[in-house]
Design a protein around this ligand. Structure first.
Ligand code: KIV
Length: 275
């Protein structure tokens, strides 16, 4: 079944949990899709986990389109959501619409995601008016890392919690069909989830959200530079990969790989003529 914004709406209505994982390439997208995950986020976290950057600030529209299009080719049923990178929508409503359009036309997204609350509602309103579905992102929004002064839990003070609730209601009113809540206290995420008609997708926001998202390298143990508290390691694929790479290296050096079964043959009559 092809998942769309309707899947999100129906899931919230029925109280069924939504699943989302990040992906940045065709093969991983295909595996995630085949596992039945509802949606794939081509996150600008690709800056960290794919490009080896220290944050998401330098990620470009070209990066997002390049990786987004690869993911879209691998996702048959999952809804592909592509992140709008830093400064592709903050600069103006016009830029936001043009760049959201590029992510749909060139990246083949089914929806786009952008960070921020009331301050980006004009952008959300204008993008959704063109028929492009928008996911909002509140709490710890990594594109504002320099303003936050680091990766910190958001919404702990009364003022910050009230602002987060107001922002959530504002992005819903502006037309967002879902909102990601990153690194916020679980009880605040519960309150937001109860107040909204649209689903909340949590990452470091407890299990009461309407759905969950994780960066796939984090949940597979493939990225060890920084592991936030909210990450659960569902498999240690990183270690398995290193073990396989070591075995390959040993077998190549020992001359046991490639073996006979990996060789192509040539007819002896042809070979004789070559000497
Ligand atoms: O870029 C990303 O991967 C994200 C998720 C962490 C929600 O925005």
């Amino acid at each position: 079944m092809k998942h769309t914004v309707v899947t999100f709406r129906e899931a919230k209505k029925k109280g069924e949990k939504l699943t989302m994982l990040t992906a940045y390439d065709y093969s991983t997208a295909k595996l995630i899709d085949e596992a039945g995950i509802h949606s794939i986020l081509v996150g600008d976290s690709l800056g960290n986990v794919i490009l080896g950057l220290e944050d998401t600030i330098s990620v470009t529209m070209e990066d997002m389109i390049h990786h987004g299009a690869a993911v879209a080719r691998g996702a048959k049923n999952a809804l592909v959501i592509i992140d709008m990178p830093f400064m592709s929508y903050q600069t103006s409503v016009y830029d936001a619409v043009v760049n959201a359009g590029r992510l749909m036309k060139e990246g083949r997204a089914g929806a786009v995601k952008l960070e921020g609350g009331a301050e980006v509602c004009p952008q959300i309103r204008a993008i959704t008016a063109t028929g492009i579905p928008v996911v909002a992102h509140l709490g710890l929004t990594p594109q504002s890392i320099n303003a936050f002064g680091g990766f910190k839990v958001q919404g702990r003070s009364e003022a910050a919690a009230k602002k987060l609730i107001e922002d959530a209601l504002a992005v819903e009113e502006a037309g967002a069909f879902a909102v990601v809540l990153e690194c916020v206290p679980a009880k605040l995420a519960k309150l937001v989830t109860e107040k909204l008609q649209i689903p909340t997708i949590g990452i470091g926001a407890g299990n009461v959200c309407d759905g969950q998202v994780l960066v796939y390298q984090d949940m597979l143990g493939m990225f060890s530079e920084f592991t936030p508290k909210f990450v659960k390691r569902f498999a240690n694929v990183g270690e398995m990969m290193k073990e396989a790479f070591r075995s390959y290296s040993q077998e190549v050096q020992a001359g046991t790989f490639p073996a006979k079964e990996h060789e192509y043959t040539i007819a002896d009559e042809v070979l004789e003529k070559l000497y």
